[in-house]
Design a binder for this molecule. Structure first.
Ligand code: HEM
Ligand SMILES: *[C@@H]1O[C@H](CO)[C@@H](O)[C@H](O)[C@H]1NC(C)=O
Ligand SMILES: *[C@@H]1O[C@H](CO)[C@@H](O)[C@H](O)[C@H]1NC(C)=O
Ligand SMILES: *[C@@H]1O[C@H](CO)[C@@H](O)[C@H](O)[C@H]1NC(C)=O
Ligand SMILES: *[C@@H]1O[C@H](CO)[C@@H](O)[C@H](O)[C@H]1NC(C)=O
Ligand SMILES: *[C@@H]1O[C@H](CO)[C@@H](O)[C@H](O)[C@H]1NC(C)=O
Ligand SMILES: *[C@@H]1O[C@H](CO)[C@@H](O)[C@H](O)[C@H]1NC(C)=O
Ligand SMILES: *[C@@H]1O[C@H](CO)[C@@H](O)[C@H](O)[C@H]1NC(C)=O
Ligand SMILES: *[C@@H]1O[C@H](CO)[C@@H](O)[C@H](O)[C@H]1NC(C)=O
Length: 325
């Protein structure tokens, strides 16, 4: 009797893992049994880290996005360069720009102390991005887990895949379509720019040298706002000068879209969102329905599912910055 039920447990467990491996799907609570305290470990550490620097929320959200856009959400953005390989984090779009690496390593250490060798860095990043975002705004989404970590990180792939802020609406739509995300996802996820900042170097051309003509300004920006931006980002702005992406700084809200509609977008790609009838309609509907927070969550789940590795593909990295030896 006892051995029969033991066989049954073994059988159903094997079926469970087999089915899980073959489906390639993430599930909510993947670590319920293997790391039951995972979300509180991440949450407690983030309380401390965000108290020290609230800007980390924006950093982690962007880090998750940049991870997913290169070889899927597999933690590849977290890997350090090695002898003979320049990793994603040292690519032009990411270097001197992404933040949060040391903080992810700290969270990983906490998680390893409680559940060694169990939780992937890709999942820690996805969970931390959600938790940090929810702590700076009235937004949250379920984070299906079960991602495995990749072992490859190549700088040139980040350059190829990540959309630059000079993209127009059609190029942004095309870029997101490559990853199975639609126009609404693109418009809604651009709302992540309701928090965080940009280096002036992404804006100075719009202010001072539009289309390569010196002292010419992008006519699609409100003139008063141009004066403000020129004050924060002078034509000789250094590489470490920044401007907030949104007037409400580090608060996650929909005011970003009101600013875009008022021609007060900071990045060219954000201003582009209203340069298209469909983009305009998505924004107006979202504002009228007060659905930004809900829509953002839906699109974040789609982003977090991009080309994920599951089952026995990849590994569970011990240290997020290096592949297991
Ligand atoms: C639609 C295409 C997008 C473009 C062209 C774009 C471009 C940029 C640029 C140029 C910056 C400033 C980086 C720097 O200073 O070097 C930035 C910052 C940021 N982006 Fe995006 N982005 C896009 C989509 C997204 C998405 C989908 C998310 C997340 C869901 C996101 C989240 C962020 C955040 C939170 C920041 C601020 C980071 C910080 O303060 O450290 N972006 N983005
Ligand atoms: C984990 O627990 C949550 C809450 O009880 C539940 O909703 C979820 O389905 C569980 N997931 C798994 C894979 O057991
Ligand atoms: C879960 O993690 C939190 C934060 O690290 C800790 O305060 C709590 O004691 C942990 N609970 C268990 C049951 O390990
Ligand atoms: C990865 O690189 C960072 C920055 O250079 C460094 O601080 C960290 O110690 C490195 N991690 C490992 C495991 O080599
Ligand atoms: C927070 O968001 C929820 C769901 O989107 C909404 O029902 C609630 O009114 C919001 N609360 C605040 C304080 O904005
Ligand atoms: C303005 O843009 C042109 C074309 O991109 C470039 O050659 C020139 O160096 C820029 N001038 C300044 C002052 O940035
Ligand atoms: C730039 O243009 C403004 C007027 O639009 C003018 O007052 C200013 O002298 C110009 N600056 C340079 C360096 O050409
Ligand atoms: C530009 O912004 C200012 C300040 O918010 C506002 O007073 C002005 O009406 C705006 N101009 C246009 C053309 O919308
Ligand atoms: C709210 O969203 C629904 C679709 O989800 C749409 O049919 C409706 O027109 C929207 N309301 C407004 C006021 O835009």
């Amino acid at each position: 009797m006892a051995s029969a039920s033991l066989r049954w447990v073994v059988f159903t467990t094997l079926v469970f893992f087999f089915v899980r491996d073959c489906s390639g799907q993430l599930v909510t609570g993947f670590y319920n049994a293997t790391c039951p305290n995972l979300t509180s470990i991440i949450s407690s550490r983030l309380n401390i880290l965000l108290a020290a620097d609230v800007g980390l929320a924006a950093g982690l959200l962007r880090l998750h996005f940049h991870d997913c856009w290169v070889r899927g959400c597999d933690g590849s953005v977290l890997l350090n360069s090695t002898n003979g390989n320049v990793a994603e984090k040292d690519s032009t779009p990411n270097a001197n720009s992404l933040i949060g690496f040391a903080e992810i390593d700290t969270i990983k250490s906490d998680v390893e102390a409680a559940c060694p060798g169990v939780v992937s860095c890709a999942d820690i990043l996805a969970l931390a991005a959600e938790d940090a975002t929810s702590k700076v705004g009235n937004v949250s989404w379920p984070v299906p887990t079960g991602r495995r970590d990749g072992t490859v990180s190549i700088a040139s792939e980040a350059v190829t895949n990540l959309p630059p802020p000079s993209f127009n609406f059609a190029q942004l739509v095309q870029n997101f379509a490559t990853f199975g995300l639609d126009t609404k996802d693109m418009v809604v996820l651009s709302g992540a720019h309701t928090i965080g900042r940009t280096r002036c170097l992404h804006v100075t051309q719009r202010l001072w040298n539009f289309t390569g003509v010196f002292n010419t300004t992008d006519p699609s920006i409100n003139a008063t706002f141009v004066d403000f931006l020129k004050g924060v980002c002078p034509s000789n702005a250094g590489t470490r000068q920044f401007v907030s992406l949104d007037s409400t700084g580090q608060t996650f809200d929909s005011i970003f879209y009101n600013n875009i509609l008022a021609l007060k977008g900071v990045l060219g790609s954000d201003s582009e969102l209203i340069n298209n009838a469909q983009g305009l309609q998505i924004i107006n509907t979202m504002l009228a329905n007060i659905s930004f927070a809900a829509d953002f969550g839906v699109s974040m789940v789609k982003l977090g599912n991009v080309q994920v590795k599951t089952g026995t593909v990849g590994e569970i990295r011990k240290n997020c910055a290096v592949i297991n030896s």
